[in-house]
Design a protein. Structure first.
Length: 201
């Protein structure tokens, strides 16, 4: 039986690429280069394995139909359905490629007034708050010895930005190496927004 499969990966990019992203001012494009998006043939934190032939099929299709046509949008946090809700988009994947068993991509954070979720995502990244990237897909799994192997009926919807990842190795690890974020002219706005979202009961 098919179910929604959500796989989380910490955003991992090099210190140089992270510095380039952090030097952007709010409202300017923030590009995260060479982000690990997904991995084949290894167990993730959800104890699922994506066989490479299955993952290759869906990634190559997603690349052709979504990434290359600038439709590879993702949301801030996971939804419980397969639809990408445009009012909550935070980023777009602009390029995607394979390196051995890993899928990498360049991710543009939509940091502007038109994209409130993108502005929040950029604020989290600038403040060194770990953010993960997570695939949202529909598919079934086969269980064996406590491990779930994803079957060939997998259909990929998008990659979302989330607070916790399941694919090991896809956070902004360089943020933990003391990379300083430039001061944001929107710091007060971000603090007020955080207070409204997180402290309202």
């Amino acid at each position: 039986m098919s179910q929604i499969l959500k796989e989380f990966i910490p955003l991992t990019i090099s210190a140089q690429h992270l510095n380039e992203a952090l030097e952007t001012v709010p409202g300017a494009p923030m590009i995260l280069k060479r982000v690990l998006l997904q991995a084949a043939d290894r167990e993730n934190r959800n104890k699922r394995i994506y066989p490479k032939p299955v993952l290759e099929r869906v990634i190559d299709k997603y690349n052709d139909e979504m990434v290359k046509t600038r439709r590879a949008l993702g949301e801030l946090d996971h939804r419980t359905d397969m639809v990408v809700h445009l009012q909550n988009v935070s980023h777009i994947i602009t390029e995607m490629w394979w390196e051995d068993d890993n899928v990498y991509g360049n991710v543009e954070i939509l940091d502007s007034e038109e994209f409130p979720a993108g502005r929040i995502a950029a604020g989290l990244i600038r403040r060194k708050i770990p953010v993960g990237i997570s695939s949202r897909a529909l598919g079934s799994v086969s269980e064996s010895n406590g491990i779930s192997k994803v079957n060939d009926d997998l259909a990929l919807s998008c990659f979302d930005l989330v607070s916790y990842e399941s694919t090991i190795g896809s956070t902004l690890s360089a943020l933990n190496e003391g990379v300083a974020a430039p001061p944001s002219p929107f710091a007060k706005f971000d603090d007020i927004l955080y207070d409204i979202i997180c402290n309202s009961t």
